[in-house]
Design a protein around this ligand. Structure first.
Ligand SMILES: *Cc1c(COP(=O)(O)O)cnc(C)c1O
Length: 364
């Protein structure tokens, strides 16, 4: 039996494996969040964060003491006026939930719904925007339930034709694994969590926010407090946060961005592509099928249709005896799919160890 891992290694789509060096970076002594040392730390994180989102002079990156879902609330509440509507592009469990969050915040919501496993196409967005004026379009770049990477650059090109329509992007499960170009694509909010392709522990989230968002927010009463961008901006200008931030996770982020710089973004993105391609090759050569539509496979997570009808809980138990945690299906496709995450600091050799163990389970 091949045993590679000496602790539970996570191939689930979040939280993902966190390296020892990153865990240790959290152990630095505390500083007060109103100290100069904290303002310096906050300021030092801006450049690498902005670069990671492709943000420019009209963007800033807020640090949210929440998981990524908190920024859904921020985006929905601060970008949609009471007499206007937000258009949600829905093709899986996460995009469906974000639309729900907008509704639960009292917003008027229209949806473009496409069957799970398919990508939302730019023509569908073009048709919707022709028919009605929207305050914002909300899209999940990488649908973690179905393993679909939506064609965001093409969708963004459509939305750019409408200057009053903000583009809000959930990049939670692909940021740091695929390029994000907020300026070039005209994205107003890109939101992301720490525990996916950045490979940090959970508990901190990042929102790249445009000037247009702040201008819109000022037209909207009752934006709340904790996720209000106007409040966040006031403190951001002083390299600070309204409430106590997750300081240990900021230490970890600073360390991780140094390592990301050392690898380089092109190499990091190529590594994700290569692991995704290897996973797809394994999936099809072992008689399974990809759940995601051809041409739109995610570089960070592969959703596999269990077309061989294997006993998935038995596979999970087999892997867990080898300190491997594999992702099950999610939402309404839980029973018919499973998911292999290949993101963050997972290296091709880690993936090979997983695939070898899966082969041993299958008796291949
Ligand atoms: C994980 C995930 C979320 C939820 O993020 P949290 O950090 O758990 O709040 C939202 N959207 C997508 C696409 C995700 O993969």
């Amino acid at each position: 039996m091949s045993q590679k891992f000496d602790h539970p290694y996570l191939f689930i789509p979040g939280p993902v494996e966190v390296r020892r060096e990153i865990l240790d970076a959290q152990g630095a002594w505390m500083i007060g969040h109103r100290s100069k040392a904290f303002a310096d730390l906050y300021a030092r994180l801006q450049a690498p964060l902005k670069e990671s989102f492709g943000g420019g002079d009209a963007h800033r990156v807020y640090i949210y003491t929440s998981s990524g879902s908190g920024i859904w609330e921020s985006a929905s509440r601060c970008c949609v006026r009471d007499d206007k509507t937000v258009l949600h592009l829905v093709n899986g469990a996460f995009s469906e939930r974000w639309a729900g969050v907008s509704r639960e915040n009292g917003k008027q919501v229209d949806v473009i719904e496409v069957p799970w496993g398919q990508a939302v196409k730019p023509e569908q967005v073009a048709d919707a925007l022709k028919a009605k004026a929207y305050d914002a379009v909300a899209v999940v770049y990488n649908e973690t339930s179905t393993g679909v990477l939506n064609p965001l650059p093409e969708i963004a090109e459509v939305v750019r034709q409408y200057p009053d329509t903000l583009l809000l992007v959930d990049a939670v499960s692909c940021w740091m694994g695929v390029p994000i170009k907020a300026v070039e694509w005209g994205v107003d909010i890109v939101l992301a969590s720490s525990q996916k392709a950045l490979a940090l522990p959970p508990g901190i989230a990042f929102g790249c926010i445009s000037d247009r968002v702040l201008a819109r927010a000022k037209e909207i009463p009752f934006r709340g407090y904790y996720f209000d961008v106007v409040t966040l901006e006031k403190h951001h200008e002083k390299n600070n946060t309204p409430a106590t931030p997750p300081i240990s996770l900021m230490y970890a982020a600073e360390r991780q961005f140094k390592d990301v710089q050392a690898e380089g973004y092109p190499a990091r993105f190529a590594r994700h592509e290569a692991m995704a391609a290897r996973t797809r090759e394994w999936v099809t050569s072992r008689g399974f099928e990809m759940y995601s539509e051809a041409g739109y496979h995610s570089p960070t997570v592969s959703t596999v249709r269990n077309s061989r009808g294997i006993d998935f809980p038995a596979l999970q138990a087999f892997l867990s005896a080898r300190e491997i945690s594999l992702g099950g299906g999610y939402g309404k496709i839980k029973a018919e799919t499973f998911r292999i995450a290949h993101m963050g600091d997972t290296m091709p050799e880690h993936l090979e160890a997983l695939l070898t163990s899966m082969d041993e389970f299958l008796g291949a």
